[in-house]
Ligand binder design. Structure first.
Ligand SMILES: Cc1ncc(COP(=O)(O)O)c(C=O)c1O
Length: 400
């Protein structure tokens, strides 16, 4: 309904120039808080060089075909081996895209005798994987461990009859609210119930844990994660993804994941680029330290200024305001045009009606000056919002 008015501004905006804290939007420099370039690797000189070298040496055609048929290579296998080591898991399978990979992994891992139990705020790729599942699925309210126990009791009764298994699926860091999945508590439940745990750690890989190995490392329960999913699309600033698990599971996925068997494998420059990024992620702790310095300054500054940032305990920083959708568009317009701040706006149905969520993603390439400037601007727009200054009865058409 609103696509025409929103296109090019609120939706499908074009951010141009080098990927950094400041980029060009509609010809003017903006301070950008909406890219998952957590570690600032997107424009790191060593990364740019590796990407260029990979493209020059191999081109984007190589390898041709799916991994299983004619699309395998030593760099693909090397990347899998390095990821396994980094994740402390036996084996790893590369995925062409995170989204399709998750859908397809869920499809491959369960059959109609199995039961899936999942968090109600699970990402679309988990929900779409569930749509392919022929057996039962039970949802538990977001991070509600008591309810998860109830669902596990129900699931256990079912699989006792069907002879199947139980797969619990949740996330490491929830990408909208920024709170962590209660992985440690879920792992504890393995003492009472027989299930396997599949964690989508798209936002946690590279950002959480002492070494950057993710949310389970941060919570001290890496061994309890049976199947770990990470994407290259966020902290690694690339494309592609991976699943690390025990050898038997990964081997099964290699021969049963339809998204990998029936699709061309990752082009060589992406694999070469991923190897470089993984090396930097592992060996340059200052990147993650910078990310957290900016994250802590942003989140504590917003809280001190009286903003509601919910339950985040990751770099993902939501700011919750109250207002209508037209007000949200007017507010974003003001932020972008008069304060040169570009951040994402999230409204109903992702958040409840009447809530405007501004989602900020701090990165290692932001500065403390960026943080202070943004908090000051946010204070003004919040006052304007409360004073009814953004109150219009219809969605603002940006370009006008
Ligand atoms: C939680 C979660 N899972 C999976 C994905 C999909 O990853 P990719 O961008 O690699 O397809 C995303 C990315 O938006 C995500 O946030």
């Amino acid at each position: 309904m609103h696509a025409k008015d929103a296109h090019g501004y609120f939706t499908f905006p074009k951010l141009e120039g080098e990927i950094s804290n400041k980029m060009i939007f509609r010809g003017k420099e903006k301070l950008v808080w909406s890219l998952n370039n957590y570690l600032g690797l997107a424009n790191h000189p060593e990364v740019r060089k590796a990407d260029t070298d990979g493209a020059i040496e191999y081109g984007f055609a190589l390898p041709m075909g799916a991994r299983m048929m004619s699309g395998n290579s030593n760099p693909h296998e090397q990347l899998e081996a390095e990821l396994s080591k980094f994740m402390s898991k036996e084996d790893t399978i590369l995925l062409n895209f995170g989204y399709q990979g998750m859908v397809s992994a869920i499809d491959a891992l369960v059959d109609r005798h199995d039961v899936i139990v999942y968090d109600s705020e699970a990402h679309a790729c988990i929900i779409d994987g569930l749509r392919l599942h022929m057996g039962k699925r039970f949802v538990y309210p977001h991070n509600d461990i008591d309810n998860l126990q109830k669902q596990l009791e129900r699931a256990t009764k079912l699989v006792e009859q069907s002879g199947g298994g139980i797969l619990v699926i949740t996330e490491g860091v929830f990408g909208m609210s920024g709170d962590q999945g209660k992985l440690k508590e879920i792992v504890e439940l393995k003492k009472k119930f027989n299930f396997r745990l599949f964690v989508d750690d798209a936002h946690g890989f590279g950002t959480m844990g002492k070494t950057g190995a993710g949310t389970a490392e941060h919570q001290g329960c890496q061994d309890g994660i049976d199947i770990y999913f990470g994407t290259f699309a966020k902290s690694m600033a690339l494309i592609g993804a991976f699943i690390s698990s025990e050898e038997q599971v990964v081997e099964y996925l290699r021969y049963n994941m339809r998204s990998q068997i029936f699709a061309k494998s990752l082009p060589m420059p992406l694999v070469i680029g991923a190897l470089k990024r993984l090396e930097l992620l592992r060996t340059r702790p200052e990147l993650k330290d910078n990310l957290w310095k900016i994250t802590n300054a942003l989140q504590s500054g917003l809280k001190e200024a009286g903003f509601e940032i919910g339950k985040t305990d990751s770099p993902v920083t939501p700011v919750y305001l109250n207002g209508t959708i037209p007000e949200a568009t007017n507010l974003i317009l003001d932020l972008r045009e008069n304060y040169d701040i570009f951040c994402s706006m999230v409204v109903y149905p992702v958040v409840p009606k009447g809530v405007i969520m501004l989602r900020l993603i701090p990165t290692a390439v932001h500065t403390l000056e960026d943080v202070n400037y943004t908090i000051k601007a946010f204070k003004v727009i919040q006052e304007n919002l409360k004073a009814g200054k953004y109150n219009v009865d219809k969605i603002v058409t940006s370009i006008s």
